[in-house]
Design a protein around this ligand. Structure first.
Ligand code: GRF
Length: 194
């Protein structure tokens, strides 16, 4: 439990629908919690435009820049970051950052881990694998981040049926609905916001 208001850094590499949803959730919740920084490794990613449009600071960091612990930790301390949220971040998070935010760094994975996790399992690859395997359900997993990828303590899972005729795109849509509905609330429960 974080004993002060959540100051969240969101890491994303893609479209940013989760990042935007989380930013809006904490603004509307009026709980004092807020997203104070969005970190992205790709200037052209959709999340950059979404965060800027919402007036949230964005840091574009390459793999090498992310490895510069002094610079990154100073950037986070300056904003009082006490919680890190990975929402489709495609670089490995450096161990120094995982250790610094032990128990306060969460990741969302678009399947029911441990199924369809691990190397190469991200985005549409996950949904394609779920359909190819003939699964009758899928879902989301929110877990603490440990130094072993996708292996941290599971905090929350939500499930949805996969219909026989579902395509990977259908599954992605169903999973995204779960992400939008549940992810911000799971993050809020990390802080004294619950
Ligand atoms: C989501 O499907 C999430 O589960 C996964 O990466 C995707 C991010 O999508 N980790 P967006 O950038 O938030 O739209």
């Amino acid at each position: 439990m974080i004993d002060d208001k959540l100051k969240i850094a969101v890491f994303a590499s893609g479209n940013g629908s989760n990042a935007e949803n989380i930013i809006r959730f904490f603004r509307e919740k009026g709980s004092g919690g807020e997203v104070v920084l969005v970190v992205c490794n790709r200037r052209e990613a959709g999340v950059v435009g979404r965060a800027a449009a919402l007036g949230v600071d964005v840091a574009i960091l390459s793999r090498d820049e992310l490895a510069d612990s002094g610079r990154v930790l100073a950037m986070f301390e300056a904003r009082g970051v006490n919680c890190v949220v990975l929402a489709g971040f495609l670089l490995m998070v450096p161990p120094y950052l995982i250790r610094r935010y032990e128990g306060r760094m969460v990741n969302i994975h678009p399947s029911l881990l441990p199924k369809f996790g691990g190397k190469g399992m991200y985005g549409h690859h996950v949904h394609e694998a779920v359909v190819a395997a003939g699964e009758c359900e899928t879902g989301i997993t929110v877990h603490l981040v440990s130094e072993e990828y996708d292996k941290g303590q599971i905090l929350f899972q939500a499930r949805v049926a996969v219909a026989p005729g579902d395509t990977a795109a259908d599954v992605e849509r169903k999973v995204r609905e779960l992400e939008m509905r549940f992810f911000p609330g799971v993050i809020a429960r990390l802080g004294s916001d619950d």
